[in-house]
Design a protein around this ligand. Structure first.
Ligand code: ZN
Length: 413
């Protein structure tokens, strides 16, 4: 008999959803939400957990670089000309500099690193259906604040074999943040993903691709690999909601990019978004176009041939091997809030990862917008978009999804 582990707050919620009436679960859900930072704002760096995370970094290794100027959503304001970029910054957004360990392409010819940023959102299930039909897995770079709103969608992504990466807590441009704020943005997002799925993320994409050597060193020490996207392969779908580009132009640009494939050495990584109706509308046709031209879509872990897509992959795999397949959470179980028609009939065969409850990273205590290059913002509407659904309903659904896992975990002790 092993000692009883401390179960995470999400698991407490899972069990509560079975034992308690809906209103009580909703009340607990609110409390759970209160344990995370406020949505879509920079987290408080004085929070005890953040202080603990900060203390885990060897700051002597972090380059001292000036903070970027930024506009309101912390989108970096690039200095005029490359001369204005600090020496040794290797600031991708502003001078296109790529560090040795940045992931900007897939090494293998025709490999297509398929990525969707800024979700999960209420549009994501529609995209998941398309990916399921095509039997394709992608990487979702998720925003922590959105995960808090749509935990059940995150679970669905994992259950259907997709790969999860981080896209920070509030979608801020990282080069404009202090060292402490960078830690808080990554670790809170990591924590909410872990609390929902049991997976400790290993890949991240900086909002706006905004990364320099200071940011890189901090995230490296937290175990992260930085993923950007291949030049000329930003779908620019994010401009459709802004009405600065049409669907037709998106398709035409993508067609042009596809025409360069025969000359490319290695594969590509595209940038798309699952936050808006319009971006999900073009995602299906873009997928079809790429596949028709012979590109092989895949998530980033596969693109770089990484057999361990998460920091705790070995651990979660060990746990998964111990459990029968029936332990998979019933993420597609219909409820009053989620009709069965919203969900695909079955998960694709490709690379399933079982969401596993693990010993929590930390017990949370009370705590206090999307991308582009060249400093343009796509995220101006993220905050407005993000606060739509009933949080209580979302978390209650998440709790139900996890209930089976929680109970089986407890029973196996
Ligand atoms: Zn983004």
């Amino acid at each position: 008999m092993r000692p009883v582990p401390i179960v995470s707050m999400t698991l407490v919620m899972a069990i509560a959803s079975i034992l308690m009436p809906g209103s009580a679960v909703a009340e607990m859900s609110k409390k759970l939400q209160a344990q995370y930072p406020a949505k879509d704002v920079l987290p408080d760096t004085n929070h005890p957990l953040v202080k603990k995370w900060i203390a885990e970094i060897d700051w002597s290794k972090v380059p001292k670089l000036p903070l970027a100027k930024a506009d309101i959503p912390n989108c970096p304001d690039c200095p005029a000309g490359k001369k204005g970029v600090p020496k040794d910054a290797c600031w991708w957004t502003c001078d296109g500099c790529v560090a040795e360990d940045d992931i900007e392409v897939c090494p293998r010819d025709k490999a297509w690193g398929l990525t969707y940023d800024d979700g999960p959102s209420e549009e994501t299930p529609r995209l998941l259906r398309k990916l399921h039909q095509a039997n394709v897995t992608s990487t979702f770079f998720v925003v922590g604040s959105r995960v808090l709103e749509y935990p059940e969608t995150l679970l669905q992504e994992v259950k259907e074999g997709h790969h999860i990466g981080l896209h920070t807590w509030s979608h801020a441009g990282m080069t404009s943040l202090t060292n402490e704020q960078i830690v808080a943005e990554i670790k809170w997002a990591e924590k909410v993903v872990f609390d929902v799925t049991g997976l400790k993320t290993k890949y991240w994409r900086p909002p706006y691709g905004d990364v320099d050597n200071r940011v890189r060193e901090i995230v490296r020490q937290m175990g992260y690999k930085t993923v950007i996207w291949t030049k000329e392969w930003d779908s620019n779908d994010w401009q459709i909601p802004d009405k600065t580009i049409t669907n037709k132009e998106v398709f035409r640009n993508f067609k042009w990019a596809l025409s360069t494939v025969p000359k490319l050495k290695g594969g590509v990584i595209t940038l798309e978004h699952d936050l808006y109706t319009q971006t999900v509308n073009v995602a299906g046709p873009l997928l079809d176009m790429g596949m028709k031209k012979g590109l092989e879509p895949m998530d980033i872990a596969r693109c770089v041939n990484d057999p361990e897509p998460y920091q705790n992959s070995a651990l979660t795999q060990k746990e998964a091997d111990k459990k029968p397949a029936a332990d998979m959470p019933a993420a597609d179980k219909p409820t009053a809030d989620k009709p069965a028609a919203d969900k695909p009939a079955a998960a694709p065969a490709a690379k399933p990862v079982t969401p596993q409850p693990q010993t929590p990273l930390e017990t949370p205590k009370a705590a206090s917008a999307p991308e582009t290059v060249s400093g343009k913002t796509v995220d101006s509407a993220i905050a407005a978009k993000g606060v739509k659904k009933s949080d209580a309903t979302q978390l209650a659904w998440s709790a139900t999804c996890l209930a089976i896992v929680a109970m089986s975990a407890l029973l196996s002790l």
